[in-house]
Every structure is written in structure tokens, then in C-alpha cells.
Design a protein around this ligand. Structure first.
Ligand SMILES: *Cc1c(COP(=O)(O)O)cnc(C)c1O
Length: 370
């Protein structure tokens, strides 16, 4: 049945895009309602100075809300940076350059590889763990401090490999070496102990807001190791000194991120959303496991709650699945080209109704094409 959705007439759709991903409907509606006139100023929030007291209040509130949500300790700085996840692939090695000559990496998938490739321009890199197959299913090596060169500048891993659908729940133990994590695709999806990390970074377009923005949470004793050539706008200490406003920040993205943080608080914070995420992922994996049609190739301990992947019995059916699911209002389910199959990204903003609609479609599709 056609209905009005986001002010457009269309059949209701559920968007499973890996990123930029769907944002909460309530957030989009609020943004729409105040698009032309923010806080009765007769202007959009994107048309005012980032130095105005109104915008600074918005920025501070967003930062405080994020701090509350993740229980960020006081000895950490929160930076609102530009350049997404990959911007930090470069910023991290430049900013931690003086802390050692090498970086240790856990290679759990494509995004770890991307981060390593960029870091290797600045520091020697060393792979200390990778994907290990167990009965045909992917697992990831567990890391202990003994495997890490204690003189390394930092140890890097990716807590959720968005492309492969692999999530690492246990925080690696790297001893006294700063732990750096790319949390782009599972930040704010569950509680985390920030105090275990030296740097947490995340591109915004999965669980925070629009693309381009990234959030960096950095322990303050790590602000002094930047190489002199570090571009000033990527320099953590400078960004911290200027409250992330050394250069003009992506003001509209920051505003939307702030709305997402408020929405998340209304969902019971990260504890509340974690329960919903667990329920959504369990429904989808149950549908996969109970069928003799769909196959997920990740070990249950490492299955992503954000980006479940699955394969059909033969690849000829892939295009049919994509076409029919699109027609049913379930969009962007095609898996990453490097992996094939399907991927259903079910970040915080995906309602359980979307997962129910997907599993119902999957069951019907399996019956039809078995
Ligand atoms: C999406 C993603 C990135 C890349 O983000 P960009 O904003 O495109 O640079 C990096 N790491 C992970 C884990 C991601 O999911």
C-alpha cells in the first residue's frame, strides 16, 4: 500500500545499505521540521556560524551526549573530525608516530587491510593475527600481550568488519601498547569499556549520522606524539585545543549526529539499543540457520550483529534475490563485490519490523526457488 514516507509518496521501504545507512525516522523528521528555521532564527542550522553561541551550544551538547552514552572517562578527548573512517587511517599513524617505530595489526578483513596499507606509509607494520578457518567458518585469532611488541606505537584492529560481517566482541589484550580501534560500523551499538582503548575512531555514516564526519575518542596522554608533518586539521592536539573547530567543522552532520545521540538516549542508551540489536541479529541468523537454503560462513562467536552476510545455494540466484527483494521494498541487500552473496546491514536505526519483513521475504524466496 502506498503511504507517505519522509514526505515522499512511495511504498514503505526498509533500507539495508551498509553505508551511508538509514538514519532513525524520528531524527529525519525532526531535521525536516526545522530545516528552514532552526531555533526560531529564521535560518537553517547549516546557514549559521560555527562560532555563534547557538551552534557552540549544539556542539557541546552533542559531545556531552556522546560522552554520556559511551561513559567516556574525563581523561579522553572527543573530536569531531572530517574525512570519515579512511581519514583516520592516515590521521592515526601520523598522530601516534612518535610513540614507536612499528604498528601491530590484527587482520580480520578488508577494513583492517585498508588501515594497514595506509599506516605502512608512515610506520613499519606487523601482522600479529588474522582470520582463522574453523570447520569452514571464519574466526579471528585471539590476541594476548605476549604477541605484541611492547615497543610498538600502537596495536590496531577493527571491531566490526563491515564487508565480511565479522565482529570481534572480546577486546584484544595488548599490554601497555595503546589499543586503537576502527569502530566505524559498530560504535554505539552496545556498551564498551572506553578505558581499555587509546584511540577509538569511527566514520559517521553507519551508526552516527551522515558521511564525511568522523568521531575520534583519544586518551589525552596520546596527544603529544604527532609527526611534525601532520596536516594541522588532522592534528589531534590542535583539534582538541580548538574543540574540533580549528577549521570549519561539518556543521550540519554534527547537528544530525547530535539528534541521533538524543534519539539513542530515548532508546535506553547503548544498553537499550544493544538488546534490540541482539534481538534483530538473532532473528536474521535464525532464519539463515533454520533454512537449508541460506548459508552464513562466519563462526557464531564472530557473527556481526550489524552486517549479517549470507549466501544463496547458487550464485545465479543472486541477481534474482536482489531484484525481487527490491520490488518488495527491501533495498540494498547485495553483498560487497569482494565477498558476493547478500548482506543485510541492520544498524541501530533499523527497526525490528524491517528484519521481520526481510526474514519473511527470505522464507518465501527459499520456498519458491528451492
Ligand atoms: C565504512 C567504513 C570505513 C570507511 O569509511 P569512509 O568514511 O568511507 O572513509 C572504515 N572502516 C570501517 C570499519 C567501515 O565500515
Amino acid at each position: 500500500m502506498p503511504l507517505v514516507f519522509f514526505g515522499r509518496k512511495m511504498t514503505k521501504i526498509y533500507n539495508f545499505c551498509a553505508g551511508p545507512a538509514m538514519l532513525p525516522v524520528a531524527v529525519m523528521q525532526k531535521a525536516q521540521a526545522e530545516f528552514l528555521d532552526w531555533q526560531s532564527m529564521g535560518r537553517s542550522v547549516m546557514e549559521i556560524s560555527h562560532r555563534s553561541k547557538e551552534y557552540i551550544a549544539l556542539a557541546e551538547t552533542a559531545e556531552q551526549d556522546l560522552k554520556d552514552l559511551l561513559c567516556v572517562p574525563d581523561n579522553y578527548k572527543i573530536l569531531f573530525a572530517q574525512g570519515g573512517g579512511r581519514g583516520q587511517f592516515s590521521a592515526v599513524p601520523m598522530n601516534l608516530h612518535g610513540n614507536g617505530d612499528t604498528v601491530d595489526f590484527l587482520m580480520s578483513g578488508s577494513w583492517s587491510e585498508g588501515a594497514l596499507k595506509e599506516a605502512s606509509k608512515f610506520l613499519k607494520t606487523n601482522v600479529v593475527g588474522d582470520i582463522v578457518m574453523q570447520d569452514g567458518l571464519s574466526t579471528v585469532s585471539s590476541i594476548t600481550a605476549a604477541q605484541i611488541d611492547q615497543k610498538s606505537a600502537y596495536f590496531h584492529y577493527c571491531s566490526n568488519e563491515t564487508i565480511e560481517g565479522i565482529e570481534i566482541n572480546d577486546i584484544p589484550d595488548c599490554g601497555d601498547v595503546p589499543l586503537v580501534v576502527d569502530m566505524s560500523s559498530n560504535i554505539l551499538s552496545k556498551p564498551i569499556d572506553v578505558s581499555k582503548f587509546g584511540v577509538i575512531y569511527a566514520g559517521a555514516q553507519k551508526n552516527i549520522g551522515p558521511s564525511g564526519l568522523s568521531v575520534v575518542i583519544v586518551r589525552d596522554d596520546l596527544l603529544d606524539f604527532a609527526m611534525p608533518e601532520t596536516p594541522t586539521f588532522l592534528h589531534y592536539q590542535t583539534m582538541a585545543n580548538y574543540n574540533s573547530m580549528y577549521n570549519t567543522p561539518p556543521t550540519y552532520s554534527w547537528y544530525l549526529a547530535g539528534l541521533v545521540f538524543k534519539w539513542l538516549k530515548e532508546q535506553g542508551g547503548v544498553e537499550g539499543i544493544a538488546e534490540k540489536n541482539a534481538e534483530k541479529a538473532a532473528l536474521l541468523y535464525k532464519c539463515i540457520d533454520e533454512s537449508d537454503f541460506y548459508l552464513n560462513k562466519v563462526h557464531p562467536d564472530f557473527r556481526s550483529k550489524m552486517n549479517p552476510t549470507f549466501h544463496l545455494p547458487n550464485t545465479d540466484l543472486d541477481a534474482v534475490f536482489v531484484k525481487e527483494s527490491e520490488k518488495a521494498g527491501l533495498t540494498a541487500l547485495k553483498g560487497h563485490r569482494s565477498i558476493g552473496g547478500m548482506r543485510a546491514s541492520i544498524y541501530n536505526a533499523m527497526p525490528i519490523e524491517g528484519v521481520n519483513a526481510l526474514t519473511e521475504f527470505m522464507q518465501n524466496f527459499a520456498r519458491k526457488y528451492k
